[in-house]
Design a protein around this ligand. Structure first.
Ligand code: NAP
Length: 329
């Protein structure tokens, strides 16, 4: 990833900074929110988090973001988002929030490099796909190991892939992969799928889909690219090598909201609850993108949610007299 975050500061900043709009996260939702808040002349500060550009930046080519008929690199799109937000005055800080106090305004946000007091807060910290945590997985990510069929499926035209997981995501993404791959082998740790009946029927009816039951991957094998997976039958204990070109892992996502626990309402899976206006349970705090969206998880939807969150923050600050009335952002 080649994101050039020019605002790499923090070290020389005063310890506590008071800002009108603080955005947490540098994926499409965060950078869109920063753009809108900047155009409203609210001088937003965005803390990038650890993954610059969010999950989108890990994607080799994004072909479903409107406006780029030939596709665009995930990292490149992140840079463009950043450049546009900075052009209007957003300040991008390479820093990560570690805790928040949302019990009163201004909200207090503690980050690794300093502390912020924020009149409004937009949380766009995203979600991370769960990993298998087996040897070879990290090393071969982007070289055959993927967590996104929509992003990477195209690269596996006429190739063999395996999909890990037995939930709706595994089957839905596996079925999507049958458009390209010559075969899609679902490896599931039990002998029954968790996915809904309709998806199960579609998967069983699809000639390209195969199933390996009661099995887990113990290693992803390959040097420059994935060549095989080592699988272990959890009933018999037998291990074997299954040749494959790709490994798609869909064993759930975890929203990056740990540091917000007890501060803002979340659902049973720790996604931040919002209404249609991106408002959270705390007035003045908004959430957008995958930290609040277990459903769509697309660059275009996250960017839209980020823009909406910023527009609501602008209205909130205008109402509370902390922002001069601004024209349409
Ligand atoms: P999920 O329902 O939590 O399923 C995760 C799957 O991964 C399960 O089959 C689980 O096995 C398996 N798994 C978990 N950890 C594993 C590990 N360490 N090693 C191997 N396998 C592991 O996650 P999801 O499929 O992403 O779905 C998340 C939510 O979104 C669900 O509520 C789902 O209904 C919804 N969703 C809906 C749709 C749709 O309606 N079209 C599409 C996608 C997602 P076990 O079954 O043994 O636990």
């Amino acid at each position: 990833m080649d994101l050039n975050f020019s605002g790499l500061s923090g070290k020389n900043q005063p310890e506590t900074q008071h800002v009108k709009v603080l955005v947490l996260g540098s994926g499409p939702a965060g950078l869109s929110a920063a753009l809108y808040a900047a155009r409203a002349e609210l001088n937003p500060v965005l803390l990038t988090g650890l993954e610059l550009g969010g999950q989108a930046a890990l994607t080799y080519t994004i072909e479903n973001y409107p406006g780029f008929p030939d596709g665009v690199g995930g990292g490149q799109l992140g840079e463009l988002f950043q450049k546009q937000a900075e052009r209007f005055g957003a300040r991008i800080e390479m820093d990560t929030a570690s805790s928040v106090d949302l019990s009163q305004r201004p909200f207090r946000v503690t980050a690794f490099n300093g502390e912020y007091l924020a009149d409004s807060l937009i949380i766009t910290t995203g979600a991370s796909p769960n990993h298998l945590n087996v040897p070879g997985e990290t090393e071969l990510t982007g070289r055959g190991v993927s967590y996104c069929a929509t992003c990477d499926g195209w690269f596996f035209r006429d190739k063999k892939v395996v999909v890990v997981g037995g939930g709706d995501s595994a089957l839905e993404e596996g079925l999507f992969l049958t458009r390209y791959a010559s075969s899609v082998t679902v490896i599931h740790r039990r002998d029954q799928l968790r996915a809904g009946a309709i998806l199960q029927k579609r998967a069983f009816d699809n000639e390209k889909m195969k199933f390996v039951w009661n099995s887990v991957i113990t290693e992803v094998v390959g040097k420059e690219a994935v060549q095989a997976v080592k699988i272990k039958n959890v009933v018999s204990g037998k291990e074997e090598l299954l040749p494959t070109d790709g490994v798609f892992i869909f064993i759930g996502h975890t929203p990056n909201t740990d540091f917000l626990k007890g501060q803002v309402e979340m659902d049973e899976r720790d996604y931040i609850r919002t209404n249609m206006l991106m408002e959270t349970s705390v007035p003045g705090v908004y959430a957008a993108g995958e930290a609040a969206d277990p459903v769509y998880r697309q660059v275009v939807t996250s960017a839209g949610m980020g823009a909406a969150a910023a527009m609501q923050a602008i209205k909130f600050l205008e109402k509370s007299g902390e922002a001069q009335t601004v024209k349409a952002a």
